[in-house]
Write a protein that binds this ligand. Sequence first.
Ligand code: ZN
Ligand code: ZN
Length: 823
Amino acid sequence: MPNKGTYFVDVILPIAIPQSYTYCVPEEFNSSLEIGKRVIVQFGKQKIYAALISAIHQNKPKEIETKNILSVLDEKPVINTIQLNLWKWLSDYYMCTIGEVMNAALPAGLKLSSQTNILLNPEFDHDYSKLDDKEYLLTEALIVRKALTLNEAEKIIEIKTVIPVIKSLIAKKVIIAEEELVETYKPKTETYIRLSDKCRDDKILKEIFDKLDKAPKQLELLMSFIHLTKKFEKYNGEIKKSTLLKSINSSDATLNSLVKKNIFESIDKVTDRVGFADSVPHKLFKLSEYQKKALNEINDSFEIHDVVLLKGVTSSGKTEIYFHLIEEVLKQGKQVLYLLPEIALTSQIINRLTKFFGNNVLVYHSRFNNNERVEIWNKVLEDNSAKIVLGARSAVFLPFKNLGLIIVDEEHENSYKQFEPIPRYHARDTAIYLAKLHKSKTLLGSATPAIESFYNARNNKYGLVEIHQRFGNIKLPEITIVDIKEERKIKRMQSDFSMTLLESIKETLANNEQVILFQNRRGFAPHLECDSCSWVPMCKNCDVVLTYHKQVNQMVCHYCGYSINPFSKCPACNDTNIKMRGTGTEKIEEELSIFFPQAHIARFDLDSTRKKQSYQRIISDFEDGRINILVGTQMITKGLDFENVSIVGIINADNMLNFPDFRAFERSFQLMSQVSGRAGRRKKQGKVIIQTRNPKHPVINEILHYNYERMYERELFERHRFNYPPYFRLIKITLKHRDKSIVSSAADYLAANLKKELKNRVLGPEFPFIPRTHNLFMKDILIKLEKTKTSNTLKDIIRKNLNAFKTIKNFQSVRTYVDVDVM
Ligand SMILES: [Zn+2]
Ligand SMILES: [Zn+2]
């Protein structure tokens, strides 16, 4: 914190500009400078931002004029230097700007937005004759709305830049403009009442009592206050206003009179909305012999490796091992970050965590509102009691001070990869880097690790600990493969169900046990089709077939949400014979209710869990046995634990296997193994029935024998042959534009330039599997980079070409998206 002389700060602005900006610091602010604090700066002519200090120095930038910072916003830094280093790594690795990282990392409540507000001029004489059409429109809107931001004004008069209109209206004295910073985060406060300084004297207090004789209500309130402060001595003579008023049913007016008379003082205090659970920690369960062995192996491996992969079959009790590791880290006085792939899973784990670790647990994920997120942020920043943070991927951005361990559970899940908005980071890989910055360790856990992780473990980059036993020595479920092509031939299929599956469900229900059915498509029928001309309804915004949802009787686009009523006759040939093709979860649910009218059936997919709490409700209904059969998409595969499920059915394995993606086989193996693992947990061996038209498929065979290694070796061979991960790093550049020919010529141009330097590492451009969504055409350029020391130089080449591309006039409206480590 420098004192004298002229200083400069480099700041990060929350926008997509390539570098940080330098501002000059007026001497009055010198003493409050600190890296990680926010400062208010003007950027461009109109915009004001809260920017983050990333460096403080005395090097006056040459060639450019520097503006002054307007003020320093924070008393203490809102981020620490470790976070700053993480941001720099993210922006470099994922090829985005550091401003974009800041936007993703900071909760919205800590980001200040500049909004130029325009108001009606109180001196406006309402002479409309001097206004042109646009000016009139805006003025009219202001009479109704009182104040508008520039963005809102732009929308009203529907032009790109509203500034000339505003300027003219100001000149005509119709409106006034004010630059205003709006702080979006408002901490929740609670008003407390205490005696004013002069009244904290028994003698004076007695005089006051005498004087208040004529105001009995005020006297009563004062007496109640004295009574309460004695009762709650620990509150330092301060009582919550609400408690005080309630104690004698007093009114605000009575209290205000006492404040006016300077007898009481009222103070506002920031309170916590994120309460910790009030529980007394239990002792951890004792580990079984094989769990103890795994725990020791993990600790030994951490002596050599920064990252250890724990590969344990489903139901092997990985969570208990995590808990013992957490306990050890807490004893060292350090923090633990516990990452889960799915927000909904946090509620299953949080109860167990608080049971053992009491109020040392915090939860952080994107479903919290802004205020809650800021509060948790500040807690981690300031409070030393927040020792375990449980969260989904965005929790990697919290301001940890001394992380001792990061656990990434179900590390193979692709929901760890962020897609929108930029940066497209992978939370597992980010966690590993974050742990490195804290000089701490990362534990990855999975029954079916990502190929990349297992490859790193096999090559000794990570440590590897394996558990082959299930808890209580229960055998892995017995898997039956049903060839639905054959079954259909001999008429043993009823709609989408084989007799084998139906009979197993019947038996299970008779035993009062539960069933999980997995179908990876939601909706009723993936599409409708005209029986005579084969016409298929498509989305008007995307090159996507509309899915029929029977419950709402709509055809819906799963990409943009566009929906229309189903057709009663074909718009192409007028035939009324419209057929449904394919099967979604809704149809499975409906058919089951016909086969098993007595059973309670529920659906678990994106549509049935959209409402807040509905996710949790379905899970607890199933846990408590109020649901007999649960039909779901891949949402049901993600590490949920149910006690009474004895059979799992996979309706159609082929949808997954046929997906056009180099990871399709790996993912199919992971999904089907994970969903199979839901069968027959704690009590007895379960059963899995997989329906497929392709029973000889290698992946089906690997699942049948729980042979992860064989899947791994086969995949590795293919990946090596075609230059895919883990041998190569994939970078995809997607170009988007409304106009198909513009996106094509832009992609051709960019690809040709990239190929000049990167040669045959560059593939494409090609239209993706779905070439248009949200009315934008897309073209992909795929770059395969070898993992050598030169890969950074190669990335620089990509960066250079992208920057050059952005300066080309004809392509300025083409948007580019870079995705490093495509999933
Ligand atoms: Zn037709
Ligand atoms: Zn669409």
